[in-house]
Design a protein around this ligand. Structure first.
Ligand code: SF4
Ligand code: SF4
Ligand code: FES
Length: 250
């Protein structure tokens, strides 16, 4: 494996060549703020909160760390005064777009955007338009949601804002949403998301509801998994932990 030396905030980090700066920082316990990047999905370069200063030779520039691969040795600063000032402006714009979103308000406060009442132009909107939900839906081969409209009415929706035949109710879009604005309701073996109701199936091991019938059908078509052998993540982890214990604890 070819490696590069990346000095982040004076800490020397060795990383695989081509790895994105945000991931190198994370591996070395250095946090970089972000919204449109998720550990299972690549950054989409839409929020720009992950900006850092990169020095390569004699040149210093501002880049988004979620999309910048370390191809050579670099010096990176994640929190200079210049970066902090830029993040504060970006955060002010985000809070203006989502004046009622408590999570974004908390982030804004942390960046010194104290008075957001004057920014409240887009009442009722919670979404920062990061695009992660659309990407997650594509990754599960459904493409049931997309960006619709333009300007202040731009939003994420299903086609014609009605229950989509392509949505399998997996919840991946909600799971990755950094603004926590895609609601999932579950009760009595029914899951509701994007105005569509799904019947839930039970885990073959613990008996708890955990997967929709539509998602099971999709998995079963793709991987030929019999229903009784489908188990929830908790049971899978439990089984794995027991197997590991058998191997290592004699
Ligand atoms: S719940 Fe529906 S919209 Fe969301 S990721 Fe799954 S298939 Fe796509
Ligand atoms: S709904 Fe959530 S994940 Fe989707 S674009 Fe909006 S903030 Fe991002
Ligand atoms: S996390 Fe990098 S641009 Fe959004």
């Amino acid at each position: 494996m070819e490696t590069v030396k990346v000095i982040i905030n004076n800490k020397e980090c060795v990383a695989e060549k081509g790895k994105f700066l945000i991931d190198i920082a994370k591996d070395n316990r250095i946090g970089i703020p972000h919204l449109c990047h998720h550990e299972s999905l690549r950054g989409l370069n839409s929020c720009r909160l992950c900006i850092v200063e990169v020095t390569e030779g004699s040149r210093t520039r501002v880049v988004t760390s979620c999309t910048f691969p370390a191809m050579t040795d670099l010096i990176v600063q994640t929190n200079t005064d210049h970066i902090k000032k830029m993040r504060k402006v970006l955060m002010s714009l985000l809070v203006a777009e989502t004046p009622d979103n408590v999570k974004i308000q908390k982030m804004a406060k942390a960046y010194g955007v104290a008075d957001y009442s004057r920014y409240g132009m887009n009442k009722g909107n919670d979404c920062v338009m990061c695009g992660l939900c659309v990407k997650a839906c594509e990754e599960v081969n459904c493409s049931a949601i997309a960006t619709v409209n333009r300007g202040v009415t731009k939003k994420i929706a299903t086609p014609y804002e009605t229950a989509s035949k392509d949505c399998v109710g997996c919840g991946s879009c909600s799971y990755v949403c950094p603004a926590e604005c895609i609601k999932i309701e579950e009760s009595g073996g029914i899951r509701k998301i994007w105005d569509k109701e799904f019947k839930l199936l039970k885990c073959g091991s613990c008996g708890k509801y955990y997967i929709t019938e539509e998602q099971y059908n999709q998995l079963s078509n793709e991987h030929k998994v019999p229903q009784e052998s489908l188990v929830c993540d908790c049971c899978k982890n439990d089984k794995y932990a027991k197997q590991m214990a058998k191997i290592f604890i004699k």
